[in-house]
Design a protein around this ligand. Sequence first.
Ligand code: NAD
Ligand code: ZN
Length: 379
Amino acid sequence: MAATAGQVIVCKAAVAWEAGKPLVLEDVEVAPPQKMEVRIKILYTSLCHTDVYFWEAKGQNPVFPRILGHEAGGIVESVGEGVTDLAPGDHVLPVFTGECKECAHCKSEESNMCDLLRINTDRGVMLHDAKSRFSINGKPIYHFLGTSTFSEYTVIHVGCVAKINPLAPLDKVCIMSCGFCTGFGATVNVAKPKRGSSVAIFGLGAVGLAAAEGARVSGASRIIGVDINPSRFEQAKKFGVTEFVNPKDHKKPVQEVIAAITDGGVDRSVECTGNIDAMISAFECVHDGWGVAVLVGVPHKEATFRTHPGNFLNERTLKGTFFGNYKPRSDLPGVVEKYMNKELELEKFITHEVPFSEINKAFDYMLKGESLRCIIRME
Ligand code: NAD
Ligand code: ZN
């Protein structure tokens, strides 16, 4: 057992004090884990666009001061009362949506929307006692997505922690705790393209390129990448994207451009932008009769989806998913094994790396559209 077990740990954390202002590295007190919680030493974390939305708080509810971060890898430092599945020293990936293993969703083969631990973007406290485990001079700092990985130590509900192979390199597999699994699973678990089919991917960031990777391994013959940032296109070739459409290059709506080059529409589409217009285009560009569109991007809190009901009557299907429909505790260890068996590549998603002290650079790279994933090294 760690000497720190049961004690408050003082460590560095990157605190978002205000919307859109650079994070500040602060000395933060991290309380011991309570019932069904674990305290984790984070070794690597990376930045996902969802962190940026809640930091900007333009289209999301502002909750500050807050410790953001949800894509990470670490080692269990200590466990709270009732925790039997995890022990100090276990290598783990935290996940923003949990799996209690007891509710109707966890028992269903179809759902990963756990009743107890499903994603909650507005809660800034722990479930057990509605309190934060983080404080500075006694003043609470809020949690984010139940994970708050932009801290050397964090406290997480055991149901949001996947135990993985200790031989897996945490500086690589950390991106499986959100971005990779979200995109890859959206294609292979939800869109399920058939061999030889056509797939459109909207948004060629890490999530979209993981979705493209899912289309490639499913045997799709055409993978059409759609992005408003043309610098994404060269990069996307490494992920099996065969054609590109930049909506800005066309006068017609992009769904009409796609319909024209695919004889009526693609068989599947996966939206990974967070932009409501792209979501509507992603739905309207699938072929009538059998097309399936999957929404992944996190929308503005006031966004509404408008389309003519005839698009559904003509037998198009619209779906959405969090975390690629994977159950984090049950499924994530197996996805990590696929990487260990060299069936999946992660290296090509990692375009940048910074020490924790330079975490704000990771935000710059993402905002400029330069990075796919920037790994933030805690030590
Ligand atoms: P990213 O910023 O790296 O990539 C997004 C890409 O979309 C960029 O290349 C951008 O140029 C492009 N884009 C933006 N608007 C567009 C438009 N109108 N048309 C075409 N392309 C457009 O972001 P990311 O980290 O890859 O995340 C992608 C999305 O997935 C975000 O909305 C994020 O919040 C969401 N997300 C959802 C889940 C989930 O479980 N559902 C999990 C993680 C991330
Ligand atoms: Zn994410």
